[in-house]
Design a protein around this ligand. Structure first.
Ligand code: MIG
Length: 777
C-alpha cells in the first residue's frame, strides 16, 4: 500500500519517510521506545491515552543501506523497508519482531456454517481485511499477555480479541472477544527477550495472536491513524514501565480505598444501609466503604437523591462517618430526559449532549428511561461534569463509581453516526465509543480533585489505555460461578500488565447466588486484589460476610482482618506503582522471567515481589499443587520452609488460602483496626523472614497530595543473615510523623539479633524498639 521508499530526512527525534503512496514516521521516544506512525487520519498523534508525550532526546543514527533504512539507538536497531515494513532488532542484531511479508491466509472452517447457525450456534467470521492491519511474523517462541480485561487464560497466544467496550450480561466465557474495557496493548515474551506493542487507536481494533494462522499475529483497525509504540524490554518489567511511562502510572490512592468495601445493588432504604454498617461493627468485621448503587437516586436521575428512601441522606452519611464508613455513590452517564431536571436543562441549553447527524440531541434508553449522553469528548462538557461532582461531595460522599459508560444502552447500540465534538475534531461514535468511559472518569477525577484537594477515588467499568491515571476499575458483572473465580486471576493479572494496577472483581460474584464456600474462597483471593469489594446483584441471595453460616463468616473475618494487617504493605506497593507502574498482582514471570515454568501459571501469582498467593479456585478442593520459583519459601500459616524451583502439594482446608513468603522478606503490618483511621498507627510491626534482603516502607498522611511536596517518610529496612541476624532501620526521607515504636516479629530464627548495631534478645520471637533507634546508629 505504501509502495517504495522515495526519500527521507531526520528532524529532531523523527525520521520522516516519503513513500510512493504516503508518509511514514519513525519517532524515537527514548532509546527503547519507538513510535511507528502514518497520518492516515490526523497529522498528529491526537492521543487520548498519552497526555504529553515525554520524548527524551536520544542520539540515534540513520542510514540507507541495501534497499532499507536503518535506524539505531543505544538499545535497538529498526529497519524500515518499502511498503513501510518495519523490523526490530536488539542492539546485537537479534531479531525481536518483524513484519510478515506474505498475504494473510486463514485456517479453513469446513462445512456449512448456515447449518450450525440454524442450530443456534454462533458463527465466527472467517476472514476480514481491515483498513489498517499490521501483521507480525510469529517466530515460534512467543507468549502473549496484556490486552486489558479479557476472558480466558493468562497467555493469549492462539486467540483472537476485539477492542470494543461491551456490556453483555451473559456469563463471561472464553468465546467473548470483548468486554467493558479496551486496552490495545500487549506484551510479547520470547526466549531472552520481551517487548510490548501499544496500538494507540480508539476505533474498533482487532488482535489476532496467532489464531488465524500460526505463522503470524496481527493487530488492525477500522479507521484512525497507523500509530503504534514498540516498547522494548528485555525484561517484562521494563515493558510495563515503558508502557506506563507513555500512558501514565496508577497514582497513590487514599489509604482507606485499600480497605474492605461492601456493596450490593439494592441497599435501600437508608435504614438497610445503616443496618449493614452496624452489623460490620457488631460482628467485628473491618470495613471502610459502603457503596450505594442506583437505588439511592430519585428516579435514576444522576446527582439527585430519592427523598423517600433516602430522606435526609446527609444525616445518614454523617452517621456512617461517625462509625468510620465512607460512602461511594454510583453515577451513570445517561441523563434522564425530563423537563425541569437541572442536568437535562443545562445539558440541552449548552449543547452538552451527543447528537444525531442533524445536530438533534441523541436519545436512547437506560435506567431513567429515555436518556441523553453527555459528550465527554468535549472539554466544556468534562468541566461541567467535573463541577457536578460537588453536589455529591458536599453532602459527604467520598468517592464516585462510574458505571454503564461503555456507553451501555437498552434500545440497541448507539448508531455509528451519533456525533461528538471531540475537542475540536468533530467525529462520530466509532471514534469515541472506546474512550467514552475513559473521558468520563477523567472528568470525575478532575472534579473530585478540584473540590476536595484529596486523592480522588473513582471506580469505572469502561476504560481505554491510560485510564489508570484517573480511576480504579472493577471487572463488571461476573457471576457467582467457580469458573469466574478461576478466571479472575488471569484477568486481573493481564489488567495489571496493561497498566491498570488498581483493579478487582466483584468478590462473591455479581449475578447468580453464591454459596458460603464460594464466598469463602473468593474473599481469600479478594484479600490480595487491590480493589477489595464484595458486590452482588439485586434479587440474588444476600452476600455479606455473615449471609451464610458461621464458618463462612469466620473465614471472611479472618481474611478481611489479614488485609487490614497487610495495609502498609499494600500501600507500599501502591507507592512503588506510582514510580514504576508495576502492578500489585504479578504473574510469576515478572520476577522469574528466566523460568519457563512461570509462563502459564493461571492460578497463582505474586502480590508484590515477596508474597506468593495460590488460592483455591475449585469447589470441594482442599489440596492443590503450588509452583514455587527458585529460592526458599515459607508457608505463611505454619512457617514450614520449602525449596523452590518445583511444585509442591499444599493442603488447604476451607479456612486456608495457601500463602508463601520468600525467605529474606520483611513485610510491614498494622495492628488490628476496623477501619482506616480508627487508631493512630503509632506502631509499625515488621514481620521478618530472616535472610538477605531489603525493604522500603513509605508513610504519609494517607489522603492529601502533600507527599508530592516531600511530606512523607521513607524507611529502608535492610537485613543480613550470617552467623547472626543483622537488621538496619534507617530513614531515607524524613518529611512526616514518625512511628513511636517498631515491633519486630522474627520467624524461623532463634539467635540474637543486631538492630542498628545494638544486640537484642528475642522474646518469643519479638523485639520491641522505640523510635529513638533511628537516631542511634
Ligand atoms: O444494568 O447499577 O455492572 O455493578 O450493580 C445494570 C446496577 C447496571 C451494572 C453494574 C453493576 C451494578 C448495576 N449496573
Amino acid at each position: 500500500m505504501f509502495g517504495k521508499i522515495m526519500f527521507y530526512f531526520v528532524k529532531d527525534n523523527k525520521l520522516e519517510i516519503q513513500f510512493e503512496n504516503g508518509k511514514g514516521f519513525i519517532e524515537v521516544i527514548k532509546d527503547d521506545i519507538i513510535n511507528v506512525f502514518s497520518p492516515l487520519k490526523y497529522e498528529d498523534h491526537f492521543s487520548r491515552a498519552i497526555e504529553g508525550l515525554k520524548i527524551i532526546k536520544t542520539d540515534f543514527h540513520v542510514n540507507y543501506n541495501n534497499d532499507c533504512l536503518i535506524l539505531k539507538t543505544d538499545k535497538l536497531i529498526v529497519k524500515i523497508h518499502d511498503d513501510f515494513k518495519v523490523d526490530f532488532f536488539d542492539k546485537d542484531g537479534k531479531i525481536l519482531c518483524e513484519d510478515y511479508r506474505e498475504d494473510r491466509k486463514p485456517f479453513i472452517r469446513r462445512g456449512n456454517g448456515k447449518i450450525a447457525e440454524g442450530e443456534g450456534i454462533k458463527i465466527e467470521e472467517n476472514f476480514r481485511k481491515y483498513k489498517i492491519e499490521i501483521v507480525k511474523k510469529m517466530q515460534g517462541d512467543e507468549y502473549f499477555y496484556g490486552l486489558g480485561e479479557k476472558t480466558g487464560h493468562l497467555n493469549k497466544r492462539g486467540y483472537y480479541y476485539e477492542m470494543w467496550n461491551t456490556d453483555d450480561p451473559r456469563p463471561h466465557v472464553e468465546s467473548f472477544v470483548s468486554l467493558y474495557k479496551s486496552i490495545p496493548f500487549f506484551i510479547t515474551l520470547r526466549e531472552n527477550a520481551s517487548f510490548g506493542i501499544f496500538f494507540d487507536n480508539t476505533f474498533k481494533t482487532y488482535f489476532d495472536m496467532g489464531k488465524e494462522n500460526e505463522k503470524y499475529y496481527y493487530f488492525a483497525a477500522d479507521d484512525g491513524n497507523l500509530d503504534y509504540y514498540f516498547i522494548y524490554g528485555p525484561k517484562v518489567t521494563d515493558v510495563v514501565e515503558g508502557y506506563t511511562y507513555l500512558t501514565g502510572k496508577t497514582p497513590l490512592p487514599q489509604l482507606w480505598t485499600l480497605g474492605y468495601q461492601q456493596s450490593r445493588w439494592s441497599y435501600s432504604p437508608k435504614e438497610r444501609v445503616l443496618e449493614i454498617a452496624k452489623t460490620f461493627r457488631e460482628k467485628d468485621i473491618p470495613c471502610d466503604v459502603i457503596h450505594l448503587d442506583i437505588d439511592y437516586m430519585d428516579g435514576y436521575r444522576v446527582f439527585t437523591w430519592d427523598k423517600v428512601a433516602f430522606n435526609n441522606h446527609k444525616e445518614m452519611i454523617k452517621e456512617l462517618k461517625d462509625m468510620g464508613f465512607k460512602v461511594v455513590t454510583i453515577i451513570d452517564p445517561g441523563v434522564k430526559k425530563d423537563k425541569g431536571y437541572f442536568m437535562y436543562e443545562e445539558g440541552l441549553k449548552y449543547g452538552y449532549f451527543a447528537t444525531d447527524k442533524d445536530g438533534i440531541p441523541y436519545i436512547n434508553e437506560v435506567w431513567p428511561g429515555e436518556a441523553l449522553y453527555p459528550d465527554f469528548s468535549d472539554e466544556a462538557v468534562r468541566r461541567w461534569w467535573a463541577e457536578k461532582q460537588k453536589i455529591m461531595l458536599q453532602d459527604g460522599v467520598a468517592g464516585i463509581w462510574n458505571d454503564m459508560n461503555e456507553p451501555a444502552s437498552f434500545k440497541g447500540p448507539l448508531p455509528e453516526d451519533v456525533q461528538f465534538k471531540n475537542d475540536g475534531r468533530p467525529t462520530n461514535h466509532l471514534e469515541i465509543h472506546n474512550v467514552y468511559g475513559h473521558l468520563m472518569s477523567k472528568a470525575t477525577y478532575e472534579g473530585i480533585k478540584d473540590y476536595t484537594n484529596k486523592r480522588p477515588f473513582v471506580i469505572t467499568r469502561a476504560c481505554y489505555a491510560g485510564t489508570q491515571k484517573y480511576s480504579t476499575v472493577w471487572t463488571g458483572d461476573n457471576h457467582s460461578f467457580w469458573e469466574h473465580l478461576r478466571m479472575a486471576v488471569p484477568m486481573l493479572l493481564n489488567l495489571g500488565l496493561s497498566g491498570i494496577a488498581f483493579c478487582g472483581t466483584d468478590v462473591g460474584g455479581f449475578q447468580f447466588d453464591a454459596t458460603g464456600e464460594l464466598l469463602s474462597r473468593w474473599v481469600q483471593l479478594g484479600c490480595f486484589t487491590p480493589l477489595f469489594r464484595n458486590h452482588s446483584c439485586i434479587h440474588t441471595r444476600d452476600q455479606e460476610p455473615w449471609a451464610f453460616d458461621e464458618k463462612t463468616e469466620e473465614i471472611n473475618r479472618k481474611y478481611i482482618k489479614l488485609r487490614y494487617k497487610l495495609l502498609p504493605y499494600v500501600y507500599d506497593l501502591m507507592y512503588q506503582c506510582e514510580l514504576t507502574g508495576l502492578p500489585l498482582m504479578r504473574p510469576l514471570f515478572l520476577h522469574y522471567q528466566d523460568d519457563k515454568n512461570t509462563y502459564e501459571l493461571n492460578d497463582e501469582f505474586l502480590f508484590g515481589e515477596n508474597i506468593l498467593v495460590a488460592p483455591i479456585l475449585e469447589q470441594g478442593k482442599n489440596i492443590r499443587a503450588v509452583y514455587l520459583p527458585e529460592g526458599t519459601w515459607i508457608d505463611y500459616w505454619t512457617k514450614e520452609e520449602y525449596e523452590g524451583g518445583k511444585y509442591i502439594l499444599k493442603e488447604a482446608p476451607l479456612d486456608i488460602c495457601p500463602i508463601f513468603i520468600k525467605k529474606g522478606s520483611i513485610i510491614p503490618n498494622f495492628e488490628e483496626q476496623n477501619y482506616v483511621g480508627q487508631k493512630k498507627m503509632n506502631k509499625l510491626i515488621l514481620d521478618i523472614y530472616p535472610g538477605d534482603g531489603a525493604y522500603y516502607h513509605y508513610k504519609d498522611d494517607g489522603e492529601s497530595f502533600e507527599y508530592k511536596e516531600g511530606k512523607y517518610n521513607l524507611y529502608k529496612i535492610s537485613m543480613r543473615l550470617k552467623d547472626i541476624l543483622e537488621i538496619n532501620i534507617e530513614k531515607e526521607h524524613d518529611g512526616y510523623d514518625d512511628y513511636e515504636e517498631f515491633e519486630l516479629i522474627v520467624s524461623n530464627y532463634n539467635g540474637n539479633v543486631v538492630v542498628n548495631s545494638k544486640q537484642y534478645k528475642l522474646d518469643q520471637g519479638v523485639i520491641t524498639l522505640q523510635k529513638e533507634i533511628l537516631t542511634k546508629k
